[in-house]
Design a protein around this ligand. Structure first.
Ligand SMILES: [Zn+2]
Length: 55
């Protein structure tokens, strides 16, 4: 008996656009098209633009 997957979660890694550190993991809905978020980068210790990349 095969179980149906229910609501597969799209997992993304939030990559710093400035130093390319993978600082966060986020699960985003497909409707959410804002894949660039300003987040705190612990490497640079400031807010930078993070891009969501699929894990
Ligand atoms: Zn950074």
């Amino acid at each position: 008996m095969a179980k149906k997957k229910k609501n597969p979660v799209e997992v993304y890694q939030m990559v710093c656009g400035s130093c390319h550190s993978r600082n966060y993991v986020a699960s985003l809905k497909r409707e959410n098209k804002s894949l660039e978020v300003s987040k705190f980068c612990p490497t640079e210790r400031k807010h930078t633009l993070h891009k969501a990349k699929k894990a």
